[in-house]
Design a protein. Sequence first.
Lengths: 91, 196
Amino acid sequence: MKTSSITDRRSKAGQAAVWQARLIMLVMINIAQLWILAATVDAALASHYSVLLPLVVASGICFLITLSIVKWWRPTSRKKTSTGYVRDTNR
Amino acid sequence: MSSNKHLSETIKRVVADEALSDESDVRAATEPFQAEFPYERDEEAQVTRREFCNFLGLTSAALFLGATGFAAKAAFDARESVTLPTAHIEGAEALAPNSSLNFSYPTERDSAILIRAADGSYHAYGQKCTHLSCPVYYSRDHRRLECPCHEGAFDAMTGNVLYGPPPRALDVIEVETRDGQVWAIGRNASTPQNGD
C-alpha cells in the first residue's frame, strides 16, 4: 500500500514534468514561428522571393511538430497506457 | 425556504430598480439552481494546461497560415507582368552635370530621383531606401546617393549598396533620351546583394 502511494506520487510528478515540457516546447515553437512570419513579411516586401518557400516550409514543419505534441505526445498513466497495457505498479 | 426568500427579495430589488451585486445577490438568489448545476466562477476563469496547449496549437496553425498567405501573395504579385507607361521627365534637359532632380514614376505616389553624372549621362532610381523606405538624396560632394535615416549609401551610377544597412540596391528606372528629351521607360526592382 505504501509502495503504491509512493509510485503514484512519482507518477504524478512525472506527468507534471511532461506537461511542463510540452508547454515549454510549444511556447518555444510559437516564438520561432513568430520570427519566421516576421522574416516572411520582410522578404515579401523586399521582393526577396527565393527565401519565401524555405520560410513557409520551416513554418509548416513547426506546425507539424506542434500538432504532434498536442495530439500524440501526452503523458501516459503508469497504470493504463494508450495501448491498454497495464504496468505492475507494485514492483 | 431561505432560498425562495432570497429569490423573492432579489426580484423585488430588481423591480425597484436597485443595484444588485453579481457576486452575492445573484448567487444567493440562484442558490437552489447552484445546488443542482454547480458553477464555480473562479474555476471557470482559470485556464487548464490542456486548454493552453490547444491554444498554442491553434496559434501555431494561425502563424503557419499567415506565413503561407504572405508568401503566396508575394509570389502571385511577382508573376503579374505590369506594363509601365513611358513618361517625359520635365526639366531633365536643363539639369547641370553632377546634380539631381526629383520626379514621380510610374505614378504620382512613386517618388524617384534623376541624376546627371559629371560625364552627362542620366541615371534614375526609385527614391525609397531599400532598408526602411526613407527618401534618399544625391550628395554632390561624395557623388553618391545617401540615406539620412540610418546612414546607408548607394552608388550613383549603378544604385548598388556602398555601405550601411540596406539589403539590396535601389530600384532602377530605365531612362532614354529621345530628341533631346529624357523619358522614363521602365522600372526594375533589384535583387538582394551579398546573398541576403
